[in-house]
Design a binder for this molecule. Sequence first.
Ligand code: GMT
Length: 377
Amino acid sequence: MRIGITCYPTFGGSGILATELGLELASRGHEVHFICYANPIRLDPDSPRIHYHEVEVSTYPLFQFPPYCLALASRMAEVAEGYNLDLLHVHYAIPHSISALLAQQMLRSKRRLPFITTLHGTDITLVGADRSYLPITRFSIEESSAVTAVSDYLRMRTVEVFGLRTEIRVIRNFVNCDVYKPAEPGPRERRRLIHISNFRPVKRAVDCVRILERVRRQVDAELVMVGDGPDRGPAEYLARELGVERWVEFLGKQAHVERLIRQADVLLLPSDLEAFGLAALEAMACGVPPVATRVGGLPELITDGVDGFLEAPGDIEAQAARVVALLTDEALYARMSAAARRTAVTRFSSARIIPLYEQCYEEVCSRAGELRRPAGV
Ligand code: GMT
């Protein structure tokens, strides 16, 4: 198939998932066209069957806000027409599905162009639920040829927030278990915790520093913070305040997180909300147990006490206690690390999840084909 993918190309779970999906589809023989304002961070545009089409947004003195949504729609229509795309697949509802809808309308006299919207989380739970965006987000979901959500939680939340009757199928996040795999065991100076996020307030990145400070009262441990965003400064400040700055390293944005994750012992994900928690899944595939929060879709991924731990958001003592248990009880660690890898391989590997997207593509294309055929033929 010829598939157009649009996502936010910078750091963030939805863009990462969309990029990995495109790469997996291309490796299965599909032709994949990324239509974005920048090259997605994990994408090598020289990969076979991968194309990248930049969306340029012109600005004029008249525009206080450059019309990205329109520039994207024009580019989508142009690429769909020029490369005879079978469908568009947009990640994150706002504004990508509205642009896809416009592109579909622009081409309607020539062809039927189905588009699929994948909901990732904050597009529904934060932005979409904002009253000013709610009606247009609902409209774009209802107009999509198919809608997918990354967890049961997100599907239920979308139905609740938008009062929808549209079918939403759940296709969970996946991980390439050949790339994300455990490290060879080797000597380490001290135990290592890792946190990966965009440092938005919902991630509670600052809690990671508090957890490290508690853990260090019992275990010689360090913390690696990967990513960047609004709470990076406050987390750096807190590390100095608590006197643990020597043991906290802020690496900023990194392209190859798999190399960093497998050097760690525990992943911290203390978020207030996660529709799925892709970072936790990537860690689990590397055999690194997550200590996370019992929110959103995380309980669909992590079985508390089996392949990771779940605690209440903001409960620093409880999360730190779980980390200490993992770092001091070798048998517990070995059991949980093996279970985490097993969960990733058996339930969330690309081999299991990508066919669900392919099936969704086939269904929308065959429905579009039926619509195109005149009645009775
Ligand atoms: O986590 C973020 O803030 C980024 C966000 C995004 O949309 O880019 O991630 C969301 O999508 C990921 C991929 O599906 C999910 O694994 C994350 O749980 C979800 N984030 C939230 O719900 C906060």
